[in-house]
Design a protein around this ligand. Structure first.
Ligand code: PHE
Length: 349
């Protein structure tokens, strides 16, 4: 009988089930307990009456307790086998990877200036990655790009040979071939270089490229835009300065430095005691690039004057996302971004 009681108490999920259980055992006329007491207790021999009575009372208490318990539990349904009064298992919600977070932050700064986003393929042709960007075949400037070539491309004309894009700049060309000025785009994405991994290098990393092409775009537009972007990313107190540099696809070209955000420009280990941190490359779009774009557009039957360098100028810039994220968060080893180590990632939750 005790087993029967226990079997019954395990399925008291609803108030209907409870009431049926109560009637079954405690019903005044036909309840099992009443029948048991009449059939066994009353007719038991004198010496068995006491232990039987104790057992009988225990059963009655168990039944009454079972009828109380679910109501006391939470005043709600009790799901079989689950104690809903216990605290739940806390699951950490997922977070965006810190690199993605920084990349989106950079992109957002330019969206606020009216730029839109363009993407391109990571497996690129020699033409878009180099030729159209004014890196001629066998030109030493190609050596700066440590290119990962795709195998077995020798039979193709050189412009069609496939490689892993070494920068996001090929998407400048893809964009201009497809659309006429005005252009204001940012290009976030993955790039690949044949670099050995160390604390500051990774064979795969991320860049955000920018391109602005229109009438009357000048170097001061470039300076103003990047100065604003750096202040938006690193704080309004940050200063920028521009140094002459070289890229085949921009002329003039510049490297941009920001005042060290660790020491405020006084000089510390992070900025090698110079007070400045080098962050990105930029420049005015080289007329040779407009010429490649125009040639491609003509092949597509777009025989327009859209990129006539007498009327149209532009600027471009490119920055490394890892480098910026490392400065933002004070990270000294680039490898941490790709380690998948939860102790690292949890810090960004
Ligand atoms: N593509 C260049 C690089 O990866 C960066 C750059 C972009 C420089 C745009 C100037 C203008 O080295």
């Amino acid at each position: 009988v005790a087993e029967e009681v226990r079997g019954g108490t395990s399925s008291l999920e609803t108030s209907e089930a409870q009431e049926a259980f109560r009637l079954h055992w405690l019903g005044r006329k036909q309840g099992r307990l009443k029948l048991i007491s009449e059939a066994w207790l009353k007719s038991a021999p004198a010496e068995a009456r006491k232990p039987l009575g104790i057992r009988f009372n225990q059963l009655k208490q168990e039944i009454e307790a079972a009828l109380q318990a679910p109501v006391a539990a939470a005043g709600a349904a009790v799901v079989r086998g689950i104690d809903i009064t216990l605290p739940g298992t806390v699951r950490q919600p997922g977070i965006a990877h810190p690199l993605l977070e920084t990349m989106q932050e950079i992109v957002r700064v330019f969206h606020h200036l009216g730029y839109s986003t363009n993407l391109g393929p990571q497996v690129e042709t020699d033409f878009y990655n180099f030729e159209a960007l004014n890196f001629p075949q066998n030109h030493p400037a190609r050596d700066t790009q440590d290119t990962l070539q795709i195998a077995d491309q020798g039979a193709k004309p050189s412009r069609d040979r496939l490689l892993m894009r070494t920068h996001t700049s090929p998407v400048q060309i893809r964009t201009m071939v497809a659309q006429a000025p005005p252009i204001r785009i940012v290009i976030p994405g993955k790039v690949h270089r044949n670099d050995a991994a160390d604390a500051t290098h990774s064979p795969i990393f991320h860049q955000v490229e920018g391109l602005c092409v229109d009438t009357n775009i000048t170097f001061s537009d470039l300076k103003g835009t990047l100065d604003h972007a750096m202040k938006a990313l690193f704080g309004s107190g940050v200063k920028t300065r521009f140094f002459p540099s070289f890229f085949p696809f921009t002329e003039p070209s510049a490297d941009v430095q920001i005042s060290c955000i660790f020491c405020g420009g006084k000089g510390c280990r992070k900025c090698k005691h110079s007070g400045w941190i080098e962050l990105l490359g930029c420049g005015m779009v080289d007329p040779a690039v407009f010429a490649s774009v125009t040639e491609e557009r003509r092949k597509l039957g777009l025989d327009d004057d859209a990129y006539n360098p007498d009327r149209i100028t532009g600027f471009a810039f490119g920055m490394g996302v890892e480098r910026i994220a490392m400065i933002q968060h004070g990270i000294s080893d680039i490898g941490q971004f790709y380690s998948g180590d939860m102790r690292f990632l949890e810090q960004f939750a």
